[in-house]
Design a protein around this ligand. Structure first.
Ligand code: ADP
Ligand code: ZN
Length: 728
């Protein structure tokens, strides 16, 4: 029998705690606490005290009054608004995640709720003096506008604290109270406006109008790299700032570069507030509070920035919407681009997706009339599009154990002679993806994953790119014990660098890969080296493909255009087209004409042909037709169940049991269970089941009922991936 409010004379509040739990818990509100829905509170849960948010005030509770515990404390921060709370509920429901776990992403820094003690941080001051090399490093680190503690700054700039103190004395660096300095408090919408071209004006006007209407309105801002999409959405941001509301710009993590921040600062007079994985807890705390209080106006962040409790959000921009990095694959599995559209819908605000190579999903939404299509067909300033040539490796053969074809090599030579830059793209880190024994044929594999170990010359180690396992390069074959029998097979970027050194001994070569540029700092300085012409040949993985602007790169060589096509992934061709198109877009911006060379063994393949013909929409139309026929997204829904565990047999049996319990319903197809392509990761065995369903079906409900009938032992994990992007 539930207790009624009158009987206990105290208010009951339902609190969602920041722990992986789906339901709210009921607590008594101590007299005089004056709680409201959305308030941040501390409550007892079992033996611990945990943070949570008041989700509502139920009239009655299943918990008897005598057993009900009281709220311990209410935090002095503005309550989480209704839109953020609805968003948390929605994300949890859609992605089949625990609501409390989603809330945890929104609260994200527990200390942020506590009133801050003063904490000294350092920022750039207004004075300019002649700087020595060490001082320059400090200024460079601080140029992103973020305040840092003394120890942090000295570590990141790799200088002693005395260098910083000298700069402080000269006013080049200033001390501030970290918590008093709200990031991006007063960006000026009219600080430095650029005159837009006719196409830009037309596009900007439509977004600006939507911003002032404050209604849900999704846009695809579609234009080649360098067409000025950023300038267009800057106008929309300016309009949003005039209405006093906040703006969120989502970017793939890797694209969060200083050049964007500098550009933003020169447009709006201050740096934006940042949110990304390499921020320290103190910086997060400052940003979180600025966002929650509504004082920070523009937030530029990676996908998790979507969950911050904005006080008054007025516009969301998702830059490079097609980027695979928007899909979070671990913990709560969600697609930040899709969730951004949901948030905009709940919040009743416009959302702008930008891309030069929109995803098929997004373009289909345009074709179906759900998104407004804004197009910028030309590069700003009339720079020509690069010319794309297919190099058929069957004809234009590289030398033995080499990977650059003679034609590409000649083009590189011509480019270097003109003192222009060359970019070689190969989406593979390390020296060689496979080490093979010539005597016994043994391939060196990761002991914990279904994966070969990748040789890294730089560290003289073999590394697993899935679990981080590494071993010293063996001198003998681990299987037959033969010496001098191990050979490197296939290229990684390091091997291409060696080859280029052989051809052009005087060229200044830079390798750009996530393991080499493993900090924001290194990436930033590498980008500066390229921009300022201290490098001749850049050899990069996909790190290079993102929106950087390098006016002196005029020759782009794609070492292995076929690489992304293998693997049988639903979106393999689409992603391959996108990445090659993005890389090609690095060639020849501004005054210099760009040339792109695609090395391939599949010269007739659609991706190559359509790239060379510069027919993106033709490519996507064919792709769409294939997906429609195969009853695949965006024309149907998919969900993947990944069943994993350390015991091979138990894991397989659980997968089989789940498979046998699968629903037999109209419009649903169940594929599997089957061993995952990556059968082992980090010592865990993995089985997959793919669910394919008609669009109108409630796939979440179906899966929840299905899994509800199966007993799953605690040693086995079943994770549900709605709208999967990865099929390994
Ligand atoms: P995208 O975002 O489409 O890649 P950007 O906005 O980065 O393109 O524009 C490419 C370059 O052209 C940038 O250097 C930008 O400052 C410049 N640019 C674009 N539009 C204008 C404009 N209207 N006036 C002046 N410069 C512009
Ligand atoms: Zn491994």
């Amino acid at each position: 029998m539930p207790f009624l409010l009158q009987e206990i004379k105290m208010r009951i509040c339902a609190v969602l705690v920041t722990s992986p739990m789906g339901k709210t818990y009921d607590y008594l509100e101590p007299e005089g606490m004056g709680l409201e829905t959305g308030d941040y509170v501390l409550v007892p849960l079992g033996p611990r005290a945990v943070q949570g948010v008041v989700w509502g005030f139920p009239d009655a509770s299943e918990v008897p009054a005598s057993k009900m515990k009281s709220v311990i404390q209410k935090y002095d921060v503005p309550p989480m608004d209704e839109t953020t709370r609805s968003f948390v509920d929605w994300v949890a429901q859609y992605n089949m995640a625990q609501r409390g776990a989603v809330l945890k992403m929104a609260v994200s820094v527990p200390q942020a709720l506590e009133p801050p003690q003063p904490l000294t941080g350092y920022i750039l001051g207004s004075k300019v003096i002649d700087l020595n090399e060490m001082q320059k490093k400090v200024v460079e680190v601080l140029s992103d506008g973020m305040a840092r503690r003394l120890s942090e700054l000295s570590k990141q700039a790799e200088v002693g604290t005395s260098v910083i103190k000298t700069l402080l004395k000269h006013g080049v660096v200033e001390a501030v109270d970290l918590f008093a300095k709200v990031p991006c408090a007063n960006p000026d919408p009219d600080f430095a406006h650029k005159d837009l071209t006719a196409d830009q004006t037309k596009a900007a006007a439509q977004i600006v109008e939507a911003v002032s209407k404050a209604a849900f309105h999704p846009f695809l801002l579609d234009g080649v790299t360098g067409s000025g999409k950023t300038e267009v959405y800057f106008e929309a941001i300016a309009e949003c700032l005039r209405t006093g509301k906040q703006v969120l710009i989502l970017m793939p993590e890797i694209a969060l570069s200083n050049s964007f921040i500098t550009r933003f600062s020169s447009r709006f007079g201050v740096a934006p507030a940042l949110w990304h994985s390499s921020m320290t807890p103190a910086q997060r705390r400052v940003t979180w509070r600025g966002v929650a209080m509504g004082a920070s106006k523009v937030i530029v962040g990676a996908r998790s920035a979507l969950f911050l409790p904005y006080a008054d959000l007025g516009l969301i921009v998702v830059d490079e919407e097609h980027d695979a990095a928007y899909k979070q694959e671990e913990g709560i599995i969600y697609h930040a681009r899709d969730m951004a559209v949901v948030r905009a819908h709940i919040q009743k605000i416009p959302v702008v997706l930008t891309s030069a190579t929109p995803s098929l999903e997004t373009l289909q939404n345009v074709w179906d009339g759900r998104y407004t299509h804004l197009q910028l067909p030309d590069r700003y300033g009339g720079a020509d599009k690069p010319e794309i040539k297919i190099l058929d490796l069957r004809v234009d053969k590289p030398e033995r154990q080499h990977f650059v074809s003679p034609v590409l090599r000649d083009e590189m030579e011509l480019t270097l002679a003109k003192h222009e830059q060359v970019l070689l793209f190969l989406n593979r880190r390390g020296f060689a993806p496979l080490t093979l024994c010539r005597t016994c044929g043994h391939r060196i594999e990761c002991p914990k994953c279904t994966a070969w170990l990748v040789e890294h010359k730089r560290t003289h180690h073999l590394h697993c790119h899935h679990c981080g396992y590494s071993m010293k390069e063996p001198e003998k074959c681990p299987s037959c014990g033969d010496t001098d029998s191990l050979v490197a097979c296939g290229p990684g970027v390091e091997r291409i660098a060696d080859e280029v050194k052989e051809y052009f001994p005087d060229a200044r070569i830079m390798v750009m890969a996530s393991d080499v540029l493993d900090t924001h700092q290194k990436l930033t300085s590498a980008l500066a080296d390229i921009r300022e012409g201290r490098v001749d040949v850049i050899i990069g993985t996909q790190v290079i493909a993102k929106g950087h602007h390098f006016p002196q790169i005029t020759c782009v060589g794609i070492i292995d255009a076929d690489l992304g096509l293998s693997g049988g992934d639903l979106r393999a061709t689409e992603h391959s087209f996108q990445i090659l198109h993005q890389v090609a877009g690095r060639a020849g911006r501004e005054q210099l004409k760009g040339h792109v060379y695609l090395q391939t063994y599949n010269a007739e393949q659609r991706v190559m042909q359509m790239l060379a013909a510069d027919d993106r929409d033709g490519f996507l139309a064919v792709e769409a037709e294939e997906r429609r026929r195969a009853h695949m997204p965006p024309f149907a829904r998919l969900a993947a169940l990944v069943i994993s565990g350390s015991n091979e047999t138990v894991t397989r049996d659980v997968a089989l049991t789940i498979g046998r319990a699968a629903p037999h319903a109209q419009g649903v197809r169940i594929l599997g269970p089957a061993q995952a392509q990556m059968y082992r990761i980090r010592g865990k065995y993995r089985q997959r089941i793919l669910v394919q369903a008609d669009k109108k079906l409630d796939i979440q409900k179906m899966i929840a009922e299905w899994l509800g009938h199966v007993k799953i032992p605690s040693s086995v994990r079943v994770s549900v991936d709605i709208d999967p992007q990865s099929f390994v």
